[in-house]
Design a protein around this ligand. Structure first.
Ligand SMILES: NC(=O)c1ccc[n+]([C@@H]2O[C@H](COP(=O)([O-])OP(=O)(O)OC[C@H]3O[C@@H](n4cnc5c(N)ncnc54)[C@H](O)[C@@H]3O)[C@@H](O)[C@H]2O)c1
Ligand SMILES: [Zn+2]
Length: 342
């Protein structure tokens, strides 16, 4: 078990990699408990849930909306949930995003924690305090940054994860390698088969490395004014693909990283050989490297991205494997590139 502390001005979040879910009661405060989960996670683990008000969402992005948030507020009021209550999110990135958002906004904020159940969520989504919902398909447009008290990452819970969801998690793992950790990238190239087979030691090591990296980046830049932006590598494209084509987040990030790497080559940064390495590694994890739909309207969505600032958009590019940089690109230039892709 590896415990990583994420210290911010408001609290210290404990991230516990390898902590068994069955120990959850040891982490819960002596407070009235609300559990937010989804149907799939409940089906597999519901019998082990602690007692409390249970709110079970339909799986998928359609639950990450203001409408569902409003339904949840209604239930909390109906059950007289007060500020002394505690909210526990048990699920993947979608459950954690919405549970954190509810906990941060209901009655101006309750304390909360997560049991992170998908690979994507254990290495990324559940850590760092970005809690929010989509608006009309625009990703994560409404939300707050507020840290949970703990994040429990039990890799044995990944045994029940559908295989395609497992692969999608590796998009964010590879992202860390590409942006800040060339050693992790090498490690993944060397150990991809063990990782794909779910080798317990390798997997726990990978989750630990990613969780640690995310904690250090967030600790240094919680409000995303600098280094934290690097974590958005591939995401400006990804969010448009998710909105326009309903692509799952991990797959959209995979394609988005290849396109951002391609732009990096265009601007004389990373070498073509390194883009090939990135493409090969993504393919080893059964991830897509091309957008299988029309690029029409992709620019329209991308220009509404949170990283836009007036006439420019902050794009994360690669100087090398393991070294990302933020580059402000003129919107008009960016539009031409997207037109080329069309
Ligand atoms: N807040 C952040 O910093 C951040 C970072 C990255 C991604 N995200 C968000 O995370 C979301 C994607 O997360 P995700 O890929 O975990 O999606 P998800 O929550 O939909 O989980 C994927 C699927 O796996 C199922 N599942 C989860 N755990 C399971 C388990 N242990 N056994 C069986 N089934 C299980 C879920 O029901 C779902 O069908 C996106 O909305 C993305 O925007 C947020
Ligand atoms: Zn992501």
């Amino acid at each position: 078990m590896k415990e990583i502390l994420l210290n911010t001005s408001d609290n210290t979040c404990r991230v516990l990699v390898g902590e068994p879910f069955k120990n959850i009661r040891n982490f819960l405060p002596d407070k009235k408990l609300v559990i937010i989960t989804d149907e799939n996670v409940h089906k597999h683990y519901g019998e082990f849930f602690p007692d409390g008000l249970l709110i079970t969402l339909k799986p998928g992005e359609s639950s990450k909306t203001l409408g569902i948030a409003s339904d949840i507020y209604g239930k909390l009021i109906q059950h007289e949930i007060d500020r002394k209550s505690f909210i526990l999110g048990v699920g993947g990135g979608i459950v954690c995003d919405i549970a954190g958002y509810i906990a941060s906004t209901y009655l101006r904020g309750l304390s909360f924690g997560f049991v992170s159940t998908s690979l994507l969520s254990q290495v990324d989504a559940s850590i760092g305090g970005k809690n929010g919902v989509n608006y009309e398909g625009y990703k994560n447009m409404v939300g707050v940054i507020r840290q949970p008290d703990f994040v429990i990452c039990d890799p044995t819970m990944l045994n029940t994860l559908p295989v395609e969801e497992y692969h999608r998690g590796f998009a964010e793992v590879i992202k860390y390698g590409a942006i800040v950790d060339a050693e992790l990238f090498d490690f993944l190239e060397k150990h991809h088969q063990e990782a794909l087979d779910g080798d317990k030691g390798i997997l726990e090591e990978i989750i630990g490395i990613c969780a640690e990296t995310k904690c250090r980046i967030v600790e240094g830049d919680e409000k995303e004014t600098g280094e934290r932006k690097l974590l958005n590598f591939g995401h400006t494209f990804a969010h448009a693909f998710e909105k326009n084509a309903g692509m799952p987040h991990g797959e959209a990030v995979s394609v988005g990283m290849i396109l951002a790497a391609g732009i990096s080559v265009k601007l004389g940064k990373i070498s073509l050989q390194d883009v090939d390495r990135l493409r090969d590694l993504l393919k080893k994890f059964q991830l897509p490297v091309e957008y299988p739909h029309s690029f029409d309207d992709v620019f329209e969505v991308m220009k509404r991205d949170k990283k836009r600032d007036g006439d420019t958009i902050g794009l994360i590019l690669l100087d090398a494997i393991g070294r990302a940089v933020i580059s402000d690109i003129q919107l008009s230039t960016f539009k031409n590139w997207i037109d080329d892709l069309r």
